[in-house]
Design a protein around this ligand. Sequence first.
Ligand SMILES: Nc1nc2c(c(=O)[nH]1)N[C@H]1C(S)=C(S)[C@@H](COP(=O)(O)O)O[C@H]1N2
Ligand SMILES: [Mo]
Length: 263
Amino acid sequence: MSKLMVTRRRFLGLSAAGASSLVLAGCDQFDFLGDRENQVRGVLSKANDLTYHVQRALVGQQALAREYSESEIRQGQRPNGSRDPDTAEYLALKANDFADYRLKITGLVENPASYSLAELRNMPERTQITRHDCVEGWSCIAKWTGTQLGPLLDAAKVKANARFIVFHCYDDMGSLFSGPELYYESCDLVDGHHPQTILAYGLNGQTLPVANGAPVRVRIERALGYKQPKYVHTIELVDGFSQFGKGKGGYWEDHGYDWYGGI
Ligand SMILES: Nc1nc2c(c(=O)[nH]1)N[C@H]1C(S)=C(S)[C@@H](COP(=O)(O)O)O[C@H]1N2
Ligand SMILES: [Mo]
């Protein structure tokens, strides 16, 4: 029994180190993650599952991601992925400077809610300077301003059977070939209530630009770039992911990335 535990611990240590050095090493090492046939990907997913449980147990559920000072912001937040969504719904909202935007909270909640941008901006505000790490091998330090998700979840009264939070986005990542694939992401309730999990409407002291997810994008600071959904319109409390996309909990997860994506 104890021998097994030691072996398992050693494996955990090694896999956590392996995963983070891959993140630091940059883009080349990560390119294969998109390849479904690659053997290494299964191993990495397993390491990631273990990292998730180990982080939750050892790091503490609400440990903060590192925050930086103004002087460490060296450049603008580099836009990546969708930069200018062209779905009809999004274009209509953008044409009116998002005056008609509503953020909905739905699913397994007692009190479904819907908020305008003005209402979100009037809520208590949190500003944090954090580092965004994209698996493509680049990082940016940026200042994000928004309102915490936790109090909104409390106001919505999350039901006891809810386990995850799904973020639905306006942008379509699909092609003629694949058909529509709307971007979506998810996290657990611990990350949903984390003090640095915010619905961001400001970036580096300005209104959040379209390229970075206007009018509202979520920041989940202990996770990789693809776990930071832009153009969010609905926050849905769920007990599983099977009814969304290919069932893996996010657009990039459906294409082979790991669900937890912790850093
Ligand atoms: N809706 C949506 N959210 C998204 C993406 C996207 O294409 N669409 N790309 C993700 C990826 S891979 C990264 S690295 C970040 C990029 O955020 P930025 O454009 O503000 O740098 O957004 C993430 N969230
Ligand atoms: Mo990314």
